[in-house]
Ligand binder design. Structure first.
Ligand code: N01
Length: 892
């Protein structure tokens, strides 16, 4: 049915006594609720929407404070479900004002005749699931109660204002206003002494306008926030023309983007750009006046790496100091306690310049906390400020406040949502909760919501939910409920995603830190809008994975499981590789495969700088071999790590693991010598193994010449290189030297058997395939030779070997033989540290600056190397030479 015709359709709700019977009850008539009503009607469901306010608009109905505007460009903050609607409305400004946005919602409500199914001035007081009737029973404070099959909370993320939590508010004799509940008729502040408490988006938007009216304005700031100029005006030409040229493409790009606004993924990392280049990018972003631009388009590591992020903070501090004339005030306004973007930054118009006005005073509550509000004003540790009006811009009980305001919400077996969420919200996809059948949340905790353009996220949620309800009806199911496994898996995935970003380093309303006593934890999903959409689609594509479906005349269906077990960045990498439609390496022949690898490696981020990179030749088992040496920037001499690259004994060279070698060098503070050993098929077994031993012997004999610290060496390797490293340890023990102090084995090949479970579990789909391993073995080693411990070190004598650190990855065919090797070493009395990296694939840990969740694993490897060398496990770092501050990875 065309959207335009849906308005004519009746929801056909019925009243039985004092109860209204509907298929679906929706709470909230804001952006989400209005679209839900339209879409549900169109799908043939009877619907009622319950709304506390007197009209439509949700957050835009309540937030009428001076200066209230959208901070996502309004071209992007629009419904897209109906192209005719999209064309019928044109925004007058880049960032529309609250009145214009409210007019838009009224326009939408009129266009689809939505109001007749909305019960205004009505609150849902309680919601109870009736297991026998398989319906939700909703008690309201106005009019009949409601019985519905499906209960959808479209209550908004920022709709429950937080109490001021300051003693004495009730004693104050002047006027008190909350930005989130601003009087509809406006407030005249002319000639008044006004206090504003709070400098989040609401405070920062309203302060300049209040300052223009008030006789005097005192701003009470607890935490300074980053704000950038909105440069409001007409929608900018570049976006407008892209939008006008191809609206469908524009909207589609937004749907698959990171934040719900059509910007590409930035690829240049901060340390690859010069100071001048970074400044140029920053100035462009500052001039663009666009939060999503500055949050995503400066450099690729801005949101994931502390150092890359800190560069932005410094540049913004410069801007603040350039505008604010009083140095002390400028310093107080400059945020220092959180990374840029970890707390929601603000868009402003003349915010910082407002502090140059003679009638504006900033009170820094970090230096002089508020003691009390009295009848005549506000008293801090240092002063008493007399005021006529107090404006609380103190924010919201975000994300869960409005959901928990309906109390109780009781699911199966009388379970109350407030009990289930006592330790923080638990959801599957941010949409559903185990134990609460047929309950849905739009942009609930666990979904991208407030970290995205809400318009895009809301439409995605509404489409997904309504399509599921229609599918249930078509297949005879009447209930849908998340499983505990799926929900726990989602919590783990959320945690994995959050280790990627810097949000966890800030106390914000994203984490519940703004509400005293609220359990803290990052509530929105940080994995991005596009990845989230693909996961929701995957849930459906895999037969409603993680949901139990029941119906009176159909067999119960429960497709239990976790939708994402991979680390989020590994999932993205695999997705990108799949899109590239790469050839099967083993189909290319050995030379073709080498050429492919060389080309492939050109696309990866260059490794970070080390003190010095050199190259030379060393003596292998049968002639000279090239090597590459990475020296730390710190004063030497340093211990030497002999490194063997991966590539199945067929591919790669001393340069092919360059970023990983640099990373090891920086993190361990050691010299890394990467050896270009001989490859098959030109040189089959035992050439590589013997080269490994010979190279290590040569390096041991030339330690001083290489600038290394006298004493035992360390060996390390990845994949087939780890096979060579551990074989070298066995040979060194058996042949009387050289001395090796420790071995780092990353995803090692340790045995020629293919029947371990990991070969079956991870045969395809995770980059290193079973077929590729077969091919490597065939090229390297004849079947008769494979049981030789120089090929299969697991079959050798493991006693008296150097201590080892063995890293294995969950989704790697080689996982189990690596674990078995570590266990066998331990059984043989060798000290072993094991790291089983959850959610990683064979190559993730060496994909430096691509797989960020591998950082903590690499940090642990470096610590192990330092421990082997008798150094303190943690490297003292300083200034430029420091390894990047580790973003905690989820390696287990
Ligand atoms: O709320 P906030 P907001 N004593 O929580 C301070 C969206 N929004 O309404 O940071 C003293 O950000 C508190 O201090 P601190 C947007 O997503 C969008 O401004 O907790 N101070 C903080 O400074 C935004 O992020 C638009 O130390 C107290 C301020 O009050 C979100 O809504 C416009 C205090 C609260 O800031 C929330 O913004 C407006 C106390 N007891 C809002 N309690 C658009 O443009 C709190 N504070 C679309």
């Amino acid at each position: 049915m065309p959207d335009a015709a849906v308005a004519a359709r009746s929801s056909e709700t019925t009243n039985s006594g004092t109860t209204q019977q509907v298929d679906v009850a929706v709470v909230g008539a804001g952006f989400a609720g209005l679209y839900l009503l339209h879409k549900l009607r169109k799908a043939g469901f009877s619907v009622v929407v319950i709304e506390e306010a007197g009209d439509v608009g949700g957050t835009w109905y309540w937030n009428r404070y001076p200066g209230a505007r959208c901070d996502i460009q309004t071209i992007d903050y629009s419904y897209t479900f109906d192209p005719e609607l999209d064309r019928a409305w044109t925004w007058s400004e880049k960032y529309a004002t609250q009145p214009e946005i409210l007019r838009y919602f009224n326009f939408v409500a009129d266009r689809y005749d939505l109001r007749r199914d909305i019960r205004f001035d009505t609150k849902v007081k309680a919601a109870n699931w009736d297991d026998t009737r398989e319906r939700w029973q909703l008690a309201t404070d106005n009019g009949p109660s409601i019985s519905c099959r499906y209960y959808i909370m479209a209550t908004g993320c920022l709709s429950a204002p937080k109490p001021p939590e300051i003693d004495g508010v009730k004693d104050f004799k002047g006027a008190v206003y909350f930005t989130g509940r601003w009087p509809h008729d406006g407030v005249d502040l002319t000639g008044k002494r006004v206090a504003v408490i709070g400098t989040g988006s609401s405070g920062i938007q309203s302060i300049p306008l209040i300052a223009e009216q008030a006789a005097h304005l005192t701003v009470f700031q607890r935490t300074p926030n980053f704000a950038l100029p909105a440069h409001n005006g007409a929608p900018p030409d570049d976006r407008k023309s892209y939008f006008e040229t191809d609206r469908a493409a524009y909207r589609e790009q937004a749907r698959w983007s990171l934040a719900g606004v059509p910007y590409p993924q930035e690829t240049a990392v901060s340390w690859q750009l010069s100071d001048a280049e970074r400044r140029e990018r920053f100035e462009k972003a500052w001039a663009a006046g666009d939060l999503v631009h500055i949050l995503t388009q400066l450099w690729a590591d801005q949101a994931v790496d502390f150092d890359g992020n800190a560069l932005i903070g410094k540049l913004i501090h410069e801007k603040i100091h350039a505008v604010v004339k009083d140095g002390e005030t400028a310093a107080a306004l400059s945020p220092h306690d959180h990374p840029f973007g970890a707390k929601r930054p603000c868009l402003d118009t003349n915010y910082y310049a407002t502090y140059n006005r003679p009638n504006v005073t900033l009170v820094n509550l970090r230096q002089e906390p508020i003691k009390a509000i009295t009848a005549s004003g506000i008293v801090t540790d240092k002063r008493s400020v007399g005021v006529d009006v107090i404006v609380f811009a103190t924010g919201f009980d975000a994300m869960t406040g409005a959901i928990m305001a309906v109390h109780p919400i009781t699911g199966r077996a009388g379970k109350s949502l407030s009990n289930v969420w006592a330790q923080g919200p638990q959801t599957y996809l941010g949409l559903t909760v185990a134990g609460f059948p047929n309950l849905f949340m739009i942009t609930g905790p666990g979904s991208p919501s407030v970290l995205s353009n809400m318009a895009v996220s809301i439409e995605q949620h509404v489409d997904w939910v309504v399509d599921r309800l229609a599918a249930l009806r078509d297949t005879g199911f009447t209930t849908m409920e998340a499983t505990e496994t799926a929900q726990a898996g989602w919590a783990q995935h959320m945690a994995d995603c959050s280790t990627l970003t810097l949000h966890r380093l800030a106390n914000t309303w994203y984490t519940g830190a703004n509400v005293p006593g609220k359990v803290q934890g990052l509530m929105p999903y940080t994995g991005g809008v596009g990845p989230y959409r693909s996961i929701c689609n995957e849930v459906v594509g895999r037969g409603m994975l993680g949901f139990k479906l029941t119906g009176p005349n159909v067999a119960e269906q429960c497709n239990d499981g976790e939708v994402v077990r991979l680390q989020p960045d590994v999932r993205l990498v695999l997705g990108m590789l799949a899109e590239m439609n790469l050839p099967q390496i083993e189909s290319l022949g050995s030379q073709g495969a080498r050429d492919f690898l060389t080309e492939f490696n050109k696309g990866r981020p260059a490794g970070r700088p080390v003190g010095e990179v050199g190259s030379g030749a060393l003596q292998g088992a049968d002639g000279p071999l090239p090597y590459r040496l990475y020296r730390p920037a710190t004063p030497g001499p340093h211990p030497i790590v002999v490194y063997f690259h991966g590539g199945g004994w067929v591919l790669g060279d001393e340069l092919s693991d360059d970023p990983f070698c640099r990373d090891l060098c920086r993190r361990s503070g050691m010299i890394v010598v990467s050896v270009g050993y001989r490859h098959a098929p030109e040189h089959r077994f035992p050439a590589a193994a013997e080269d490994g031993y010979a190279a290590t012997s040569w390096i041991a004999d030339h330690v001083a010449e290489l600038g290394g610290r006298p004493g035992p060496l360390l060996v390390a390797g990845w994949s087939a290189g780890a096979n060579i490293a551990t074989v070298t340890c066995q040979l060194a023990r058996d042949r009387g030297g050289p001395q090796i102090a420790g071995q780092l084995l990353v995803c090692p090949v340790t045995d020629c058997r293919y029947d371990r479970q990991s070969y079956a579990d991870n045969a395809v789909g995770y980059f290193l395939t079973r077929a590729l391993m077969f091919w490597f073995w065939d090229i390297y080693c004849s079947p008769a030779d494979r049981t030789d411990p120089r090929a299969s070190p697991l079959r050798g004598n493991l006693a008296n070997l150097p201590p080892a650190f063995v890293a294995t990855c969950e989704f790697d065919p080689l996982r189990d033989e690596g674990i078995e090797y570590a266990e066998a070493l331990a059984t043989a009395g060798v000290p072993v540290e094991q790291l089983q990296a959850r959610g990683h694939i064979h190559s993730s840990l060496v994909m430096v600056d691509v797989v960020i969740t591998g950082v903590s694993a690499r940090a642990k490897m470096a610590e192990a190397l330092r421990g082997f060398a008798g150094l303190p496990r943690k490297l003292e770092t300083s200034g430029e030479d420091a390894a990047p501050i580790a973003v905690n990875a989820a390696a287990g």
